[in-house]
Ligand binder design. Structure first.
Ligand code: PRP
Length: 182
């Protein structure tokens, strides 16, 4: 299944180059530490899997699942924890890994929630960011690509559960939104 009416916004080659570069930066920034990479399910699975292989340090991974969207195309503003971490964050250098930041509500909630667990540090990585959609101020240390306010799919990012497996990132045209069978 491919989004026939979408256009490639970020190609697999561009993603690969960026993830490699960000992995090298993270390796330098965390030199001497053993960071805990936290992937936010489900969208971050793909980028986390690639990013961690470019981090040349002893590191661990863990996952959280939160929900803010349901199956629609706009944020409800409500964040629920569907799956919590297995690891204790006390004294850990924690790097949250996201596929996309839209309104910023999810990460803003996670920052507040996870800081109460007393990590040594807490930073954010996102492959994509839509700055024009931001509703809350967020300090994100690692941003792959800033993208316009279009509905994007691929490389972990879904529409109604589909398209996460595409290698490239596509911008869906408005006419294909609402028709997830296309
Ligand atoms: C996406 C994305 C972030 C969140 C960002 O997840 O992975 O977690 O939305 O939106 P925000 O900045 O407006 O809060 P989604 O809820 O679509 O779940 P998924 O990762 O399972 O697809």
């Amino acid at each position: 299944m491919r989004p026939e009416t979408g256009e490639i916004l970020v190609s697999a080659e561009q993603i690969s180059e960026k993830v490699r570069e960000m992995g090298a930066r993270i390796t330098e920034d965390y030199r001497g530490e053993r960071p805990l990479l936290v992937g936010i399910l489900r969208g971050a699975v793909v980028v986390l899997a690639d990013l961690m292989r470019h981090i040349e340090l002893q590191c661990e991974i863990d996952f959280m699942e939160v929900s803010s969207y349901g199956t629609g195309t706009s944020s409800s503003g409500v964040v629920r924890i569907l799956k919590d971490l297995e690891e204790d964050l006390t004294g850990r250098h924690v790097l949250i890994v996201e596929d996309i930041i839209d309104t910023g509500i999810t990460l803003s909630y996670l920052r507040r929630s996870l800081l109460t667990r007393k990590p040594a540090s807490l930073e954010f990585f996102t492959l994509l960011s839509k700055p024009s959609r931001r509703r809350v101020e967020l300090d994100v240390k690692y941003v792959g690509f800033e993208v316009p306010d279009e509905f994007v799919v691929g490389y972990g990012i879904d529409y109604a559960g589909y398209f996460r497996n595409l290698k490239d990132i596509y911008a869906l045209k408005p006419e294909s939104i609402g028709n997830s069978d296309s």
